[in-house]
Design a binder for this molecule. Structure first.
Ligand code: P1T
Length: 391
């Protein structure tokens, strides 16, 4: 991977941040080298209402605080707040909007986020318009009541890349809050704040944890007022993670740069293999020159993770046969773990998305999404080869 496949140079210092930020043993009572898990839910007060740093677990916890410092620094931001899931973070963020407010969202988005916006936010009088992936389409959807622009980049599951800089400029011009879900790339490959994002959202359940054994989310910002509000949401809404889970992610982040480099390498090898295969119609991966936003991806990110999608030639029968024949790729939703996963998004991650929207986006019976893991590249390709032979 000389010159990083034409992408931006890999960020320097991220491993050091993950291993050292806020973790100086001299600053801890017992000089522990590893951040301890603090499980207490409550703290003794010196007099009624008189407490030191911590009061109650929902309001704040030392292990959670340590994780939040690391995540903020990795995203080049001042504040991060962790929630009990990615959707928990996004739901908490939505409470910044009021009855009668409107926001514009990219039309291709994780199915659970789509469901939250259409089925839950609407109950509170908050309206969403889904827009195509271009700045003009977003601008056309803006109304006097519009407060926010929400995008994922790359999108789930069709891997469209959004021009973050241009979208950030639009948001600034129209005085809107610009939110970017950075789950697919992590701060190792993309830092949306440098392109004008006001808030970065993460499902930490994916690459940031990387081992498919924690559910958590985060909101990240450079704005002091927003940062304060996000901590208030933890206390007032209560979707907070367990200290044990926070410890797991602190542990996982130490290997994030190593893991992401390997996900990029394995994912690209799989994408290149699939693109040449006669039974494959089309492969979506931002590092392939055939990707419509390939040049943009290279300008705004340092690489790509292990996520790719492709169209198999055939129908639901062919997709089922292929998926059932896989040995190392496990048929399961989610992504970003060490183990490779395969999903049929139409029936799994995006079954809730209205049929018309799914059809327009190309979430069809033959669209398959892979989360390429950390196994040996040759074994993964051999697995795909034997499964394709069965179709
Ligand atoms: O699962 P949770 O931690 O609540 O995160 C939700 C979420 C938010 N943003 C993106 C881009 C996501 O992909 C997800 C979750 N996605 C899956 C479970 C999936 O299989 O796509």
């Amino acid at each position: 991977m000389s010159n990083n496949n034409g992408f931006l140079p890999l960020p320097k210092g991220l491993s050091t941040i993950a291993i050292h930020e806020g973790q100086d043993p001299d600053k801890r009572t017992n000089r522990e080298v590893v951040i301890p898990i603090s499980m207490t839910t409550t703290y003794k007060q010196e007099a009624p209402g008189n407490y030191k740093e911590y009061e109650y677990i929902r309001h704040g916890n030392p292990t959670r605080d340590a994780l939040e410092k690391i995540i903020a620094k990795m995203e080049c931001a001042k504040h991060a707040a962790c929630f009990s899931s990615g959707l928990g973070a996004i739901s908490s963020l939505l409470t910044l909007l009021k009855h009668g407010d409107h926001f514009v969202c990219i039309e291709d988005i994780y199915g659970g986020t789509n469901r939250l916006f259409l089925e839950i936010a609407s109950n509170f009088g908050i309206e969403v318009t889904f827009a195509e992936n271009n700045v003009d389409a977003f601008e056309k959807c803006i109304r006097p009541s519009t407060k926010m622009i929400f995008v994922e980049s790359p999108t789930n599951p069709t891997l469209q890349v959004v021009d973050l800089e241009e979208m950030g400029k639009l948001a600034k011009r129209r005085n809107l809050m610009f939110v970017v879900d950075n789950t697919f790339l992590t701060p190792f490959f993309q830092r949306p704040i440098s392109f004008g994002a006001d808030v970065v959202v993460h499902s930490l359940s994916k690459y940031m944890n990387g081992h498919s054994d924690v559910c958590m989310g985060a909101l990240v910002t450079n704005d002091d007022k927003l940062g304060e509000k996000f901590h208030f949401f933890q206390k007032a809404i209560g979707a907070v993670p367990s200290p044990f889970d926070c410890y797991q992610i602190i542990r996982s982040l130490k290997t994030l740069p190593l893991r992401m480099k390997q996900h990029f390498k394995n994912g690209l090898a799989v994408a290149e293999y699939l693109e040449k295969h006669p039974k494959i119609e089309k492969v979506m991966h931002p590092a392939l020159p055939s990707h419509p936003q390939h040049e943009l991806a290279k300008r705004q990110s340092s690489g790509h993770s292990g996520i790719l999608s492709f169209y198999l030639k055939g129908d639901m029968g062919a997709s089922t046969k292929f998926l059932n024949s896989l040995k190392y790729f496990t048929l399961a939703p989610s992504l970003g773990g060490a183990e490779s996963l395969a999903a049929l998004n139409v029936l799994m991650t995006h079954s809730w998305v209205p049929e018309q929207q799914r059809k327009k986006l190309g979430i069809t019976d033959n669209l398959i999404r892979l989360s390429v893991g950390l196994e040996d590249e040759e074994d993964l390709i051999a697995d795909l080869e034997q499964a394709l032979n069965n179709v």
